[in-house]
Design a protein around this ligand. Sequence first.
Ligand SMILES: Cc1cc2nc3c(=O)[nH]c(=O)nc-3n(C[C@H](O)[C@H](O)[C@H](O)COP(=O)(O)OP(=O)(O)OC[C@H]3O[C@@H](n4cnc5c(N)ncnc54)[C@H](O)[C@@H]3O)c2cc1C
Length: 407
Amino acid sequence: MAETLTTRCCVAGGGPAGMMLGFLLARAGIDVIVLEKHADFLRDFRGDTIHPSTLELMHELGLLDEFLKLPHQEVSRLSFQVGAERIPMVDFRHLPVRCKFVALMPQWDFLNFLARQGRRYPAFHLLMQTEAKDLISDGGRVVGLRAKAPDGKLEIRADLVVGSDGRHSTVRERAGFTVEDVGAPIDVLWFRVSRKNGDTEETSGHMEAGQMMVMLNRGDYWQCAYVIPKGGIEAVKREGLFRERVLALSPFLGDRVGELRSFDDIKLLTVAIDRLRQWHRPGLLCIGDAAHAMSPVGGVGVNLAVQDAVATANLLAARLADGCPAEHDLDAVRRRREFPVRMTQAMQVVVQNRLISAALKPGNAPLRPPLPVRLINAVPWLQGITARFVGLGVRPEHVRSPVSKHL
Ligand SMILES: Cc1cc2nc3c(=O)[nH]c(=O)nc-3n(C[C@H](O)[C@H](O)[C@H](O)COP(=O)(O)OP(=O)(O)OC[C@H]3O[C@@H](n4cnc5c(N)ncnc54)[C@H](O)[C@@H]3O)c2cc1C
């Protein structure tokens, strides 16, 4: 016999979208259960980029000072090395927000922080090692979900189920939602090499004919994203570890590239851009990557997931206080968030198809910066535009959900 729990809102998936939503609903006094299938948040190479707009939300929540006490690195400018030329691309220093930088922080620190903040509210319940397996429906409406917990089966009855279980979402699959695949011509190999005194401080991209890598300064190591053509991992493996290629892009890693010992040191990110046509059904809503997987271009996946959560809490917290939100209330979340998602994905497609794919074409001729890159270099205020798009995103959200008086 499955144990049964009852709550106002059951959130499946404790990533950035689910944890932020759980925290905001509990803060509004709405009883919420967040399910996370893993025992902890410790997973390497997930989105570790906390953008200025997310930091602004932390300020609005009164949490910014505490948040910034967590170990992080601050990136206020981004440049690209294209052949012999170093080109400034993004300058966050003039954004109209408190934090004019991207904070690089392990995602597990961010999620643990949200979990700690959530636990301040009695309405917040986080069930780790609990995996959503199926939806429970009654008369065409979702009324809860079935989950596998460490002690056995669990049934959670809820006025609203939110699927925030990422880009391989069980919830969206069980709901039968149609996924529109936008496509992505690239995959990314993530790895790390140590950082030494005397290395540059700068987080930057590197492009040569046929190759591209982004290096994030993570304090004592470089987090490297080596970009390959879609499905190219087998060809890379046949060639063996790509240390020479890494060295061609960043010669200063000469004494450290040997830290790449096997493909176990490398994590493949199969890049996907997709989105749901329909984000909701009666009693059910999908947000974050479960509603729209993003490309790593701009590192905006975490930011969009958080923005979805804020919009959901803004639009639904008051409705949830009275029971299940109506369908048009659920659709209000899609209407609010679909435009920013589509705009961001469209920009990612342009960057992937026009700039990155062109750079990855094999060839021996020295790579010339493409026209848009040369323009950004020539007209410095364009670096402010790219900063707005990456750092704040389209139609950034602000916290409007209520705060419960009953702590
Ligand atoms: C290797 C890699 C590198 C990335 N790099 C970046 C980057 O640099 N910058 C950036 O912004 N984005 C990056 N992303 C994307 C970013 O991590 C996501 O866009 C963002 O985390 C989406 O948040 P989310 O909460 O919607 O989903 P997720 O972060 O995917 O969270 C979903 C959560 O649900 C849990 N879950 C899954 N299924 C179930 C289930 N059935 N029941 C219960 N729990 C479940 C998962 O364990 C996970 O914790 C990267 C992604 C990957 C895979």
